[in-house]
Design a binder for this molecule. Structure first.
Ligand code: KMH
Ligand code: ZN
Length: 305
């Protein structure tokens, strides 16, 4: 029976703390959330770090190390840190988590506008001063992932045996990946994470998902993939994707809700829902070790945290 890898993206760097009291911020909260997600059926956790004082996204390696080692001490999860970074960082700074030698890390496949500013209208009161300015600044933010930087990421990931989870936000980014593959930078097996519904990239529709999957099939032949869709699209797109043979990502990074108007009180609640949906479709849930063998990961004993 086909096994589905469920990934929980715990906090991200998009949502601000004022948007949900349940968004995990501190290393302790993130570790607890990861433990609960594993109990609920997640095989992979995707990790961003935040400043424990005010929830602002941070790139501190010390904080990443604390979170990753804390999760490793209490679970068997595949731990996938972000290399998304922040607007002002160089590719070298963004790939600094490479020194932790994770089993897998994100790899963003191209440049595009990445805008969140429309949510400003929905927030009445800000908990921390940085939040409003941050959301406004996304009106002029380009998430830069040039060919030069893609190659820097590939090189470090190869050196550290870190498998790239290839985040594809739009169809042209499949061409970017094919290009760096043809130049010998990107190697098989290919694991794509289709990200739909970001303002500035491909909208979250069934037609678009099918187009992405078919384009990737024509480009790569064999590959594995997952879907994460922003906000209310998370579960519907996840279900369509599982029917089409893909894996599913949930988590408060991409969607703060469990259902219409109902804030998710934890990442684990969303994982539980994903597990229910997968089982209703007759699918089996992959364990962390299943995910390791499906994605050919090097193993938790080879990480440096
Ligand atoms: N938050 C997602 C839209 C990364 O961390 O490198 C994209 C993401 C990218 O997860
Ligand atoms: Zn992320």
């Amino acid at each position: 029976m086909k096994k589905v890898i469920i990934t929980a993206a715990l906090t991200g760097n998009i949502h601000v703390p004022s948007m949900s009291p349940y968004l995990p911020i501190t290393p302790k909260q993130l570790i607890e959330e990861a433990v609960r997600c594993e109990e609920a059926g997640a095989a992979v956790v995707h990790v961003h770090a935040r400043n424990p004082e005010d929830g602002k996204p941070t790139t501190s390696i010390e904080i990443y190390r604390e979170i990753l080692s804390g999760i490793k001490a209490r679970t068997n999860l595949v731990i996938t840190p972000t290399t998304g970074g922040t607007a002002t960082m160089t590719p070298e700074e963004r790939i600094a988590v490479g020194e932790l030698n994770p089993e897998m890390a994100t790899f963003n496949a191209g440049s595009f506008n990445f805008a969140l500013y429309p949510v400003l209208n929905k927030i009445k009161e800000f908990k921390y001063p940085w939040e409003e300015e941050f959301l406004k600044s996304t009106e002029s933010f380009i998430f830069s992932n040039t060919f030069t930087s893609l190659k820097v990421f590939c090189k470090t990931m190869e050196e550290t045996q870190t498998w790239p989870e290839l985040e594809v936000y739009d169809v042209g980014q499949i061409t970017n990946l094919a290009q760096i593959m043809a130049e010998g930078y990107l190697k098989e097996p290919i694991y794509l994470q289709f990200v739909l519904g970001i303002l500035g990239a491909i909208p979250a529709t069934v037609d678009n998902l099918i187009f992405l999957i078919n384009t990737a099939k024509k480009t790569f032949g064999e590959f594995q993939w997952s879907v994460c869709a922003a906000g209310r699209h998370q579960f519907p797109m996840g279900v369509v994707n599982m029917i089409m043979g893909g894996n599913m990502r949930v988590g408060l990074e991409d969607n703060l809700y469990l259902g219409p108007g109902q804030l998710a009180r934890s990442n684990a609640e969303q994982v539980e829902k994903a597990v229910r949906l997968a089982r209703e479709l007759g699918l089996e849930i992959a364990s962390s070790d299943d995910a390791r063998s499906m994605l050919l990961l090097k193993g938790l004993d080879k990480v440096n945290f």
